[in-house]
Design a protein around this ligand. Sequence first.
Ligand SMILES: NC(=O)c1ccc[n+]([C@@H]2O[C@H](COP(=O)([O-])OP(=O)(O)OC[C@H]3O[C@@H](n4cnc5c(N)ncnc54)[C@H](O)[C@@H]3O)[C@@H](O)[C@H]2O)c1
Length: 341
Amino acid sequence: MKRIRIAVIGMGVSGCLHAESLKQIKDKAEIAAICDKNEEQVKFNASMYGCDAYTDYHDILKRDDIDAVDICLPHHLHAQVAVEAAEAGKHILVEKPIATTIEDADRMIRSARKHGVKLMVAENHAFVPAHQLVRDLVRKGMVGRIFLAKAYEITGDVPVEPNTWKILPEVKGSLLDMGVHRFFVLRWIVGEVESVFAFAKKLVCELDTENDDTAVVLLKFKNGALGEVDVTCGAVIEPTNRLEIYGTEGTILEDHMWEKPVMYCSNHKGYETDGWIKPEVEHSPFPGYYQLSFRKEMEHFVDCIINDEEPMVTGEDGREALRIALTAYKSLETGKEEKVI
Ligand SMILES: NC(=O)c1ccc[n+]([C@@H]2O[C@H](COP(=O)([O-])OP(=O)(O)OC[C@H]3O[C@@H](n4cnc5c(N)ncnc54)[C@H](O)[C@@H]3O)[C@@H](O)[C@H]2O)c1
């Protein structure tokens, strides 16, 4: 079987994780090239992976022997590279958030469709087995009708380098960077969001920026449920995230810090539990769930190319998570509840 040849563009934190994932699925895919504007770094990484190194992504797009690009650049650079990659006939895996504006996300989706290439958003939370289990339990009716859902995304990586892209106004802040993960997951498990009311502030970061590092967003779902998303990159903690799902017939709690990340109780007819159940699920706390979900995500992307299938996280899914985040920023400006339209 022909191996899918992938070029990783942007070799920072996420690019290196993606490259490591590619190494783990050697039978199906290979790292053909990598690109980063930091010449010294990209040459060093290329020597480790035994692939070609570039500082300009256009040189990758010109190559006929590359099937796909994996865009791990700062948020505001995703759209332009993705559109050009689609025009060059490359399948696209793009890190979250898909883009920083709905117009850019739409351009990416249109371009991928026009040129017949896959566009998948690298939303690794869809590939965390604990999240998939929670979704399955909800779909089986174990919690009945959901009336309240909460999601938290917590890290301790507040920006400290004065020249980081994370303080640029166009990338906004934690509400966008971290919020999209949680908006994706809640939309995936609970359903479409109707309106939001947000607070977001710079409370921890000491750099010269207005970008928020902490946010609280209240949600109303179209199905009538209420919700809340809390994010911060300023905590003294290893990265984790948490879900709380409350339904008329059961409750599910999930936390990536726990060895057994899911616990639930239910009085759903025929499936009643005797107190809390902690089901077996493939998982290990940070960094284990990162490595696991990135590998599964990469394998899924490659399988979609090989089998010509629609990815589990489409450009449209990425755009809708972005739309909720951008509506939350609108609520910050107006001080009002805003409809997600
Ligand atoms: N799914 C996740 O859990 C996860 C985790 C981390 C980052 N991300 C996403 O990945 C993206 C990148 O974040 P990061 O933390 O890896 O950032 P980073 O700063 O660590 O890496 C970005 C890299 O892009 C390079 N770069 C910037 N402009 C370039 C250009 N024009 N051409 C070539 N290279 C260029 C930089 O030199 C840097 O090495 C973001 O969109 C972020 O949201 C996702």
